[in-house]
Every structure is written in C-alpha cells, then in structure tokens.
Ligand binder design. Structure first.
Ligand code: ADP
Ligand code: MG
Length: 343
C-alpha cells in the first residue's frame, strides 16, 4: 500500500488511530489522534503520553511482542471527562496499531439505566410496604374494628392509585421516547388543547378555589403536533401550578406568537403558565425535568405526584422541536413557558 493510501485509510476512522513502532514511539497518527494528543505525539513515546497504569502495562506487553491488547483509558479537560477503550493489534514485525474508542456515552447510558431501575423499584417499594403492613393489620388486630378498617382501606386505596399513576406515567414516558424521532405534523388547535385541559382539571381547580385566566392570541394559527401529547403537556403544567402554586390567588395562561427566536427557524407559539405560589429556588430549576426529581419528595407524594410529569413534558416538547423554559423565584411564583414552532 502506498503511503498516501495508508494515510487515507487511517483518516477513514473517525476515532483516534496511531501506528506505534516496536520501540514504543509513534510513527503516524490520524487527525482524530492529533486532536486528542496534540502534534507533539509524532515521534514521542506513547507510554509517556498515556500515563495510566493499565495502558502502560498493555503497551509494554505489545512492545514485548503480544499480538493484541486492550485497556481502559480516561481523559479530562476543563469541561468534560471522557472514558475510552484502547485496543492494540500487531501490524507487522516492527509496528502495531493503537486505536481508541470513546465509551463515555455508553457508560453514561448504562449509569442512567441503572439509576432509573433503582428509582422505579424504590418508588414501587414504598406503597407496597404500606399495603403489606395494612393487610397484615386488617387480618389481625383491626379485623373486628369497622372504623379502623374503613380508615386503612382508604389509605390502601390511595397507595394503589399512586402505583397505578406511576405505571401510567412510566408507560407514557416510554411511548413518548419510542416516538421521539418522528416529528408529529397534524394541525392542532391550541385553544382546544387548553380548553380540554381545563375541563379535565375542573374538579381540582374548584377544590383549590383558584381562578384560572386564559388569554391566547386571536386568530390562533394551528401548531403541527400530536393533540393527545400536547394535552398531556398542559395537563401536567396546570396540575403542577394547582399543586405547588396553590396558595396564590390565580393561575394565568397566556399565549403570544413570537416571530423569531434563537434556535427556531420560523415563528413560534409561546404559552406561559404562571402561578403565584411559593416558587422554586433557582438551584433546583435545571433539575426539575429529570425523572423522579422533586424539590419536596414527601409533599409531591402526598399529592399523588410521581416526579415524572416534567420529564414527560420535556420529552413531548422535544419531539415537537419545541422547548420548555422555567422561571421562578422563591416567594414569587413560577412561570413555565412552552415554545412550539408554528411551521
Ligand atoms: N408550579 C410549580 N411551583 C413550584 N414547584 C413546582 C412547580 N411545578 C413543579 N414543581 C416542582 O417540580 C417537581 C417535579 O414536577 P413533576 O415532574 O411534575 O413531578 P410531580 O408533580 O409528580 O412531583 C415537583 O415535585 C415540584 O417540586
Ligand atoms: Mg406533576
């Protein structure tokens, strides 16, 4: 193979690839490797550049004549840490090839999956513990006490509803994730979405004794989207405003058409849901859309919350190529803004 063909071959790999001579010095490297290590690697000792015990040991074995080898490697610069899998393979009697595969995303996904399973198990375990406890009491001590029985059954019913809610939210999250790549395009009338949401929440609104005002632009252009999912978005946001903004005097829903916005190609519809409740400390804001993240876990549980509502909202808006913006200050209420592209 000609030297240019060999260079072209190395460049065909988007991940770092290096050719290392048998004395451990770097003979050639593709651009990805030069980006990672800098131009100084050419002619330098690779062991001196990748000073991590597992990598050095592997390189030494290759220099001593091993056919293949692999080792984990970690890099960190000012803003991110990455993990790599380094693989070596003998090329001929005088050189071997070292390549690096970025495994950071894989590892992050694996951690996320593990955390998710742990969270779900934990969320299911507490209502199950309550149910098991009351079942035992009902079979024993409380068997002949109608008043206690009625009380316990009510608690058991509430816990069962909580588990049902959790499973429903999990299913809807997985449905939204499964359809994440397909952008929905049916024309959706947003006034219908908001009206349907308010109609469904009427009992809670009356119970909270709150006034909900609604001011949408007229005429209102249709939004390309998925009607049911958009109802879910506003249902979650207005329900939160009722639950956590409940001490305030009103919830205001306002809409405006924004002709241009950074990150959007055309005009967008911004709908804000503002409550006058206790608000959230800004340090929590970036984490509110994480699955199971709750500022006050006990309080959210009491009101039947699963901690998945805003995660679902964010996913649905993402699927619509839209965005969620949260503004809040303790004592001043919160504003949840949805931004949806109109074309
Ligand atoms: N309007 C709001 N005012 C204050 N805090 C809120 C509001 N909406 C959401 N939050 C906070 O965000 C958390 C996550 O919300 P969400 O994902 O809907 O879960 P859930 O309502 O099931 O607890 C809530 O537990 C609450 O701490
Ligand atoms: Mg919620």
């Amino acid at each position: 193979m000609s030297p240019t063909a060999f260079t072209a071959l190395l460049e065909a790999f988007s991940e770092p690839v290096l050719v290392v001579r048998d004395d451990g010095t770097v003979e050639t490297a593709n651009n990805a490797a030069l980006d990672l290590f800098g131009k100084r690697i050419l002619g330098a000792q690779l062991r001196a550049l990748m000073r991590q015990p597992e990598v050095t040991a592997m390189l030494e074995r290759m220099i001593a004549g091993d056919e293949t080898g692999s080792a984990p490697y970690a890099t960190s610069d000012s803003n991110n840490e990455r993990s790599w899998k380094v693989t070596a393979r003998r090329m001929d009697t005088r050189a071997f090839i070292v390549s690096l595969r970025d495994t950071s995303e894989l590892e992050a996904a694996e951690t996320q999956r593990r955390d998710f399973v742990a969270n779900v198990s934990h969320e299911l375990r507490s209502p199950l513990t309550v149910l098991a406890g009351f079942l035992e009491t009902l079979q024993g001590a409380a068997a002949e006490d109608p008043q206690a029985r009625a009380e316990f059954l009510a608690i058991m019913q509430a816990e069962t509803e909580r588990m049902t809610g959790l499973v429903a939210d999990l299913l809807s999250l997985s449905r939204v994730e499964a359809s994440a790549r397909i952008r929905p395009r049916d024309p959706v009338a947003m006034d219908m979405v908001v009206n349907a949401t308010l109609a469904a929440l009427r009992p809670q609104i009356e119970q909270a004794g709150l006034k909900v005002t609604c001011d949408l632009p007229d005429p209102l252009p249709p939004v390309p989207g998925d009607y049911d999912q958009l109802v879910q978005v506003y249902h979650n946001l207005v329900e939160n405003a009722l639950k956590y903004g409940g001490d305030g005097d009103a919830i205001d829903i306002t809409g405006v058409i924004v002709p241009r916005l950074p990150g959007f190609e055309g005009p967008a519809l911004r709908i804000s849901i503002r409550d006058h409740g206790e608000g959230v400390d800004p340090i929590h804001i970036p984490r509110l859309t994480e699955r199971f993240y709750r500022v006050d876990r006990a309080r959210s549980r009491e009101s039947g919350g699963t901690g998945l509502g805003l995660a679902i909202v964010k996913h649905i808006l993402g699927r619509h190529r839209g965005r969620l913006v949260i503004r809040s200050h303790p004592g001043e209420g919160s504003t949840f803004e949805t931004i949806l592209p109109l074309s």
